[in-house]
Design a protein around this ligand. Sequence first.
Ligand SMILES: NC(=O)c1ccc[n+]([C@@H]2O[C@H](COP(=O)([O-])OP(=O)(O)OC[C@H]3O[C@@H](n4cnc5c(N)ncnc54)[C@H](OP(=O)(O)O)[C@@H]3O)[C@@H](O)[C@H]2O)c1
Length: 333
Amino acid sequence: MTTKKPPRRARVPAKRSTPQAPAASPVPGDLPLAGSPRAHPSLGLGLFAQGRWTQEDERRTRDTVARAIELGLRWFDTAEVYGAGRSERVLGDALAHSGTMTPPAFVATKVWYEHLRPSVLRAALLGSLQRLALPKVDLYLVHAPNPKVPLDETMGALAELAREGKVGSVGVSNFDVEELDAARSALGTTPLAVNQVRYSLLTPDDGEAVLGYCRDHGIVVEAYSPLAMGLLAGRHLDGTGPPAELRRQDSSAFGPTRLPELLDRARGLRKLANAENVPLASIALHWLACRGVAPLFGATRPQQVDDIVRAWAVRPSDELLERADQVAGGRRA
Ligand SMILES: NC(=O)c1ccc[n+]([C@@H]2O[C@H](COP(=O)([O-])OP(=O)(O)OC[C@H]3O[C@@H](n4cnc5c(N)ncnc54)[C@H](OP(=O)(O)O)[C@@H]3O)[C@@H](O)[C@H]2O)c1
């Protein structure tokens, strides 16, 4: 991950409505994807699987994808490095066993930041396609910037792969505004379609830093860790101390100095959600959707997909989202 700007909390729209009643509006629709005849689904399942890849984990992840397909989810996100290729294999396998899907799956994978030289990048994509058992991916993302490789080279290679039809759309991940600008220039006429960043009600920094730029340039913002690694689905909130699994995270967002405060605020949000009889995850997901952002949640078992799809179907009122924003930002207990 790269430069992180100081947090500036965005405001949800000022429109007010009754807090108790979830608005009747349906879940947000697909988002336009620059230069593509395909739209970008508004909610996706990520297959990092928290880095757990025993055979048993693999089986559960395969079942989780199958459940997601059954429930109508279509956007699946993986990466060549997830489980050293296991994630792509599991996804490919689940897709192969799913039969014809209408609409079809929207498959995204990522090239690791150490593979950004053109010849290595091409080989990385071919490896991903083989593991996914697909002739092309709908979206190919640069996993993270690498200052040691000129962006012109990487973006030129991606544009070429897009022209060859092996890649539907080109995107990046963990890019700040300056890097986005450089990537767009380097791509020339090929649109930069997506930036995937960490963004959630509890960890807004990365998302908000790039949101304005992406809006202005028609770039879809995908939010990873939208549930703050489960905290916003109620996970880890009832233990006596910071959970070991989160303490191990090598990430400034969930590091030991921030974790106690995040747990506190997540408990405050859960209290608010319970009082309003709305799932906590509904608040987390629609807080993002209100900003035009597409949440990419993780799940490691089918039941979690059931819960999240159910939560997605409940649209909290704007007033509740505003109150949640205040609790998450520490401006309200
Ligand atoms: N581009 C990048 O650099 C980058 C970085 C990170 C992630 N990502 C992508 O974003 C995806 C999502 O990230 P994430 O896994 O951190 O997202 P997240 O949605 O914030 O957290 C997912 C975790 O939350 C827990 N969870 C999910 N549903 C739950 C439920 N109903 N009840 C209780 N707990 C629940 C599960 O934890 P347990 O498994 O422990 O039960 C699950 O693994 C990844 O899979 C990956 O595709 C990209």
